[in-house]
Ligand binder design. Structure first.
Ligand code: MEV
Length: 316
C-alpha cells in the first residue's frame, strides 16, 4: 500500500488569462487531499473527501475518466487497485480539488508500483488526469499541487507545455476563502469565455494588456513582500474578471464583505461564476472577515499559503 498527499491551490493572479498564454501566479494551501493506493482483487475508486454539497456527484463521470487517463499514462491500464481519496481539503470549485487529487493519485501509484518517476513526470501524469475534468486545462492547478509553494506559470501555446518557475516567497501570507457553495463547470465556463473573446477581440485585447501589467507588477510586489500592493492588484484582477462575466452575485457579495471588513484585497479565484472568493488579510482582520462571511451565510476558511507540494505519507 502507498499513500501520497497533495495540497489544494489558489490562483492569486491570472485564472482564464493563463489559458491564452498569459502568466499566472498560484500558491499551495495548507489543506491536502490524500490518495491511498492498495492492490486488490478488482479495480475500485472510493471518494471519502469532504465536499461542498453536490460537488462529487457533479464531477463523478469526469473523475472516472480522469483516473483511467492517469492509469494509462503510467502504463497501468487495467491494474487491479483500490484507490481511496481522503484528507481535509474540501472538494469545491476554485481550490484545485481535481489537480490535488490527480497529483496525489499519480504519486501514490508511482510509489506502489516502484516506477521511480520524478516530480516533473508525476506532474505530467497529473496533467493527463486533469484533462478528464476539463478538456484543455492550462496545467496550472496540477503544477501548483505537485510543486507547492508559489509558482509563476506560463503556458506555451505552441507546445502546450507549461513553464513553471518557483517564486521565492518566505513571508507567511493569510487568506480567507469564502465559498459561494456553487459548483462551476470549468470546461463550460472556459468555452464560454473563448466564444466571448471571439465575438469581442478588441475588448479582450485591452483586458489582456491590462492583465499582463497586473501580473508583472504582482510578481514584483510579491517578491518585495508588499501586502497592501498585492491586495490592490488582486482587486484590479477581480475587476477584469468581472468585466468578462466571470463573477456572480454571491462572489460580489463576498468581495464586498471582505473589503468592508478590512481585507487588503479580494477576488474570485479559479473558474468563477461560483466556487471561491479569496481575501488577503492580516492577523488583525482575518477573524473579522471570516466571521462576517459566516454571518452572511457563506462557509469560510482561513488558510496560510505557500504549502509543500505532493509528498509520500508514511503508512498508518
Ligand atoms: C481553473 O482552476 C483555472 C482556469 O484558468 C482553467 C485552467 O487554467 O485550466 C479557469
Amino acid at each position: 500500500m502507498a499513500v501520497a498527499s497533495a495540497p489544494g491551490k489558489l490562483i492569486l493572479f491570472g485564472e482564464h488569462f493563463v489559458v491564452y498564454g498569459l502568466p499566472a501566479i498560484a500558491t499551495a494551501i495548507d489543506s491536502r487531499t490524500t490518495a491511498n493506493v492498495r492492490r486488490a482483487d478488482e479495480y475500485a475508486l472510493v471518494d471519502d473527501r469532504p465536499e461542498t454539497p453536490g460537488y462529487k456527484k457533479e464531477k463523478l463521470a469526469q473523475q472516472k475518466d480522469s483516473v483511467q487517463r492517469i492509469l494509462r499514462a503510467m502504463n497501468l491500464a487495467g491494474a487491479n487497485v483500490r484507490i481511496t481519496l481522503g484528507g481535509e481539503l474540501v472538494a469545491a470549485s476554485g481550490v484545485g480539488a481535481s489537480g490535488a487529487s490527480c497529483s496525489a493519485i499519480a504519486a501514490a501509484l508511482n510509489e506502489e508500483f516502484g516506477l521511480r518517476l520524478d516530480r516533473e513526470k508525476i506532474n505530467a501524469v497529473a496533467y493527463e488526469g486533469e484533462k478528464g475534468y476539463h478538456g484543455t486545462p492550462s496545467g496550472i492547478d496540477n503544477s501548483c499541487s505537485t510543486f507547492g509553494g508559489f509558482i509563476w506559470f506560463e503556458k506555451d501555446l505552441m507546445s502546450g507545455l507549461g513553464e513553471i518557475r518557483s517564486l521565492d516567497m518566505k513571508i507567511p501570507m493569510t487568506i480567507v476563502m469564502g465559498n459561494t457553495g456553487v459548483t462551476s463547470n470549468t470546461t463550460e465556463v472556459v468555452e464560454e469565455v473563448r466564444k466571448e473573446r471571439e465575438k469581442n477581440p478588441e475588448k479582450f485585447g485591452g483586458i489582456f494588456e491590462d492583465y499582463r501589467r497586473i501580473a508583472e507588477e504582482a510578481r514584483e510586489v510579491l517578491e518585495m513582500k508588499d501586502l497592501n500592493s498585492i491586495g490592490r492588484l488582486m482587486n484590479r484582477n477581480h475587476e477584469l474578471l468581472r468585466r468578462i462575466g466571470l463573477s456572480s452575485p454571491d462572489l460580489e457579495k463576498l468581495v464586498e464583505i471582505a473589503l468592508g471588513n478590512g481585507a487588503m484585497g479580494a477576488k474570485l479565484t479559479g473558474t468563477g461564476r461560483g466556487g471561491l472568493m479569496i481575501a488577503l488579510v492580516d492577523d488583525e482582520t482575518k477573524d473579522k472577515v471570516a466571521s462576517a462571511m459566516e454571518k452572511a451565510g457563506y462557509d469560510s476558511k482561513i488558510t496560510t499559503i505557500g504549502a509543500e507540494g505532493v509528498q509520500i505519507e508514511k503508512e498508518p
